[in-house]
Design a protein around this ligand. Structure first.
Ligand code: GRF
Length: 215
């Protein structure tokens, strides 16, 4: 059983999807710890609902990125995690941190990377009149929303739809794909070798995986 740590900052709907997949046994692992950099967020309530151990490390209590990362490390290292999952975690992690967990640190980002790294991805896609939008799941490196892509999911933008509706549709893709990627990593079907993603034949995914969702 793989030991998983999930880092959140907000609603935690991806955390919930992952917790369910651990509970029903599709992920060969368990969430040992949830860490939020924001107090009083819904994600912490969701952690409680699934009886997960959770902690808050409030970034506002630290005067530098390094000291925040150090506090994170102090919580993470004793757990000896096999995988650290960023699920709506809105802090940039320093190079020392990302290098320490290379190949064990994954992120989900709501855009078809390399389009729209950073914030406000949905509104940017709408404003630019894009036909497609989507999500990317990737190994984390020291650059923001960069790193080898594991899988992407896409949908067709309806130009008459609100941003809120688009976000809702994007979430459906995230909740379908993120647990599946974590399942494959937990079973050793996806890994990072020499900076490239390697897929076993048993994996749900393969290189350049782009799945279209009619959500
Ligand atoms: C997701 O859309 C994720 O891609 C982005 O932040 C959002 C988090 O949602 N990085 P939730 O907290 O999992 O509900």
């Amino acid at each position: 059983m793989k030991k998983i740590i999930v880092l959140i900052s907000g609603s935690g709907s991806n955390l919930e999807a992952i917790a369910k997949a651990c509970q029903n046994g599709s992920i060969a692992g368990s969430i040992e710890l949830v860490i939020s950099n924001q107090p009083n967020v819904k994600g912490l309530e969701r952690a409680q609902k699934f009886h997960l151990m959770s902690n808050v490390i409030n970034h506002k209590e630290f005067d530098s990125r390094e000291s925040f990362d150090k506090a994170l490390l102090e919580q993470i290292l004793p757990v000896e995690p096999d995988l650290i999952v960023l699920a709506g975690f809105m802090r940039i992690l320093g190079k020392d941190f990302t290098q320490a967990f290379e190949g064990k640190l994954i992120n989900i980002h709501p855009s078809l990377l390399p389009e729209y790294p950073g914030l406000n991805t949905h509104q940017q896609a709408i404003n630019n009149g894009d036909l497609m939008h989507g999500i990317s799941i990737h190994y984390v490196n020291s650059n923001l929303d960069d790193g080898p892509i594991i899988a992407q999911g896409a949908l067709k933008i309806d130009p008459n739809q609100s941003e809120a509706k688009l976000i809702n549709r994007i979430h459906k893709i995230e909740h379908a794909m993120y647990p599946k990627v974590i399942e494959d990593i937990s079973k050793g079907y996806i890994s990072l070798k020499n900076g490239a993603v390697v897929y076993a034949k048993e994996s749900h995914f393969s290189s350049n995986h782009m799945e279209f969702f009619n959500v």
